[in-house]
Ligand binder design. Structure first.
Ligand code: PLP
Length: 409
């Protein structure tokens, strides 16, 4: 029986140019973004300018994390305490966490079997709650029909913040992810598309929102040092009104990230190649459903999902344990208790409880797998063979009792 021996958590190294730039910063010691020598432009300001150019946005702000970018987006939109904010029921903990961090109320929207937001439920909940803002999470890189989504939200008078933690470099009908809504938020945490350990980026074309975000992030009175920010006069009426909630990115992380922007298209192509090998290897496996990907969606799959519709929990648990024994780390969104990064809307007890039967049914059989770029296409093919054979045997045979689920990360 073959066994996979690669690591599901090993990312690629930082490019040499990033290492050299980081060493230069360490040698001169000017890590804070506003600590610059005469005539020096901070690495953080350059990163913002370059990421704005890469996405076509007018303004960009680099911050401490993706979660911070989302909270800043909500604050810039002046969402107040107690206000309802709609968001995907299928998302990661930092998304409802960002909503809760400003005292607002996460309201979860149902998930379709294709892992995107349910438009009918979105409309019903927008009307029922009167929410002004949708925090749209492109969870695991699955884009909904963005043209329909934007038309619906325009009709409902709702602003859209995009959580692009899994869609950096992706697009819908050629429009980059993060450029449909009023603000796009990205994460540069280690497991995302660019790696600085922790970090976030916020994009917008709206001058008022951009100025508010810069002031919120803790710019003191140094906002004129930003290059991808609106002109000074936009700050005039805001600079004494908007509180400083420090969450800046530093020059070290920015230096590590800058050379990675140019690598994004090549990384996207390699991710897609791995994804297609997995898809081909798992196609027509009895009991396993692949997630269809629309033509209009250009995705950057740093992870892979499939569902096991109708499987009883013990059988899913047995499959996960058997794949783990063969070196294949799968995560399960239907597990009763949250494990490592994998948790579910009903685990977030600070949010009001909500019945979401459609999402429950999808998540009960949803399996998730990391796809680091250190994998080769041959690795992906082997992983698919292992999953396929285990789905075939566990899907039919007796279920042996499973002692404990492996702890993933
Ligand atoms: C990683 C992630 C974020 C942001 O995470 P940070 O750790 O705060 O950078 C937001 N949304 C999703 C779906 C994520 O996976």
């Amino acid at each position: 029986m073959e066994r996979f021996t690669g690591s599901f958590t090993q990312q690629e190294p930082i490019p040499e140019a990033g290492i050299e730039a980081a060493m230069a910063i360490l040698r001169h010691g000017r890590l804070h973004r506003y600590n610059t020598a005469p005539d020096e432009i901070a690495q953080t300001a350059l990163l913002e300018e370059e990421f704005a150019a890469f996405t076509g946005a007018r303004y960009c702000l680099a911050v401490a994390s993706g979660g911070y970018a989302m909270a800043t987006a909500l604050r810039a939109l002046q969402v107040g305490p107690g206000a309802p904010v709609l968001t995907n029921a299928f998302t990661l903990a930092p998304v409802p966490g960002a909503i809760a961090s400003i005292g607002a109320r996460p309201v979860f929207i149902e998930t379709t079997p294709d892992l995107t937001i349910d438009f009918a439920h979105l409309e019903a909940m927008a009307q029922a709650t009167g929410a002004r803002v949708l925090m749209l999470s492109h969870m695991r890189g699955h884009l909904c029909d963005m043209d329909r989504l934007m038309a619906l939200c325009d009709r409902l008078g709702m602003k859209v913040i995009e959580d692009c933690a899994h869609t950096m470099g992706a697009a819908w009908n050629g429009v980059p992810s993060g450029r449909h809504g009023v603000i796009g938020c990205y994460s540069t945490q280690t497991y995302k598309h660019m790696n600085s350990g922790e970090g976030g980026l916020l994009l917008t074309d709206d001058a008022d929102l951009a100025a508010r975000a810069v002031l919120l992030s803790g710019s003191y009175m140094l906002y004129a040092r930003h290059r991808a920010a609106p002109p000074a006069q936009v700050f005039e009426g805001l600079r004494l009104e908007v509180p400083n909630i420090s969450g800046r990115m530093d020059n070290l992380r920015a230096a590590i990230l800058r050379p990675q922007i140019a690598l994004l298209p090549d990384r996207a192509a390699r991710w897609l190649a791995l994804y297609r090998v997995l898809e081909d290897g798992l196609d027509q496996t009895n009991g396993l459903r692949l997630i269809p990907r629309p033509q209009a969606e250009q995705f950057v799959p740093s992870s892979f999902q499939f569902t096991l519709p109708g499987w009883e929990p013990a059988r899913v648990a047995a499959l996960i344990a058997r794949c783990a024994a063969r070196g294949v780390e799968l995560k399960w969104f239907g597990a009763p208790d949250p494990v490592a990064f994998t948790s579910r809307y009903d685990h977030w007890h600070y949010a009001d409880p909500q019945p979401l039967p459609q999402t429950d049914a999808v998540l009960a059989g949803l399996i998730d797998m990391r796809l680091p770029l250190t994998f080769t296409p041959a690795d992906a093919a082997q992983i698919a063979r292992i999953i396929r054979s285990e789905v075939q045997s566990v899907g039919q045979g007796e279920i042996a009792p499973v002692a404990a689920l492996p702890l993933g990360d």
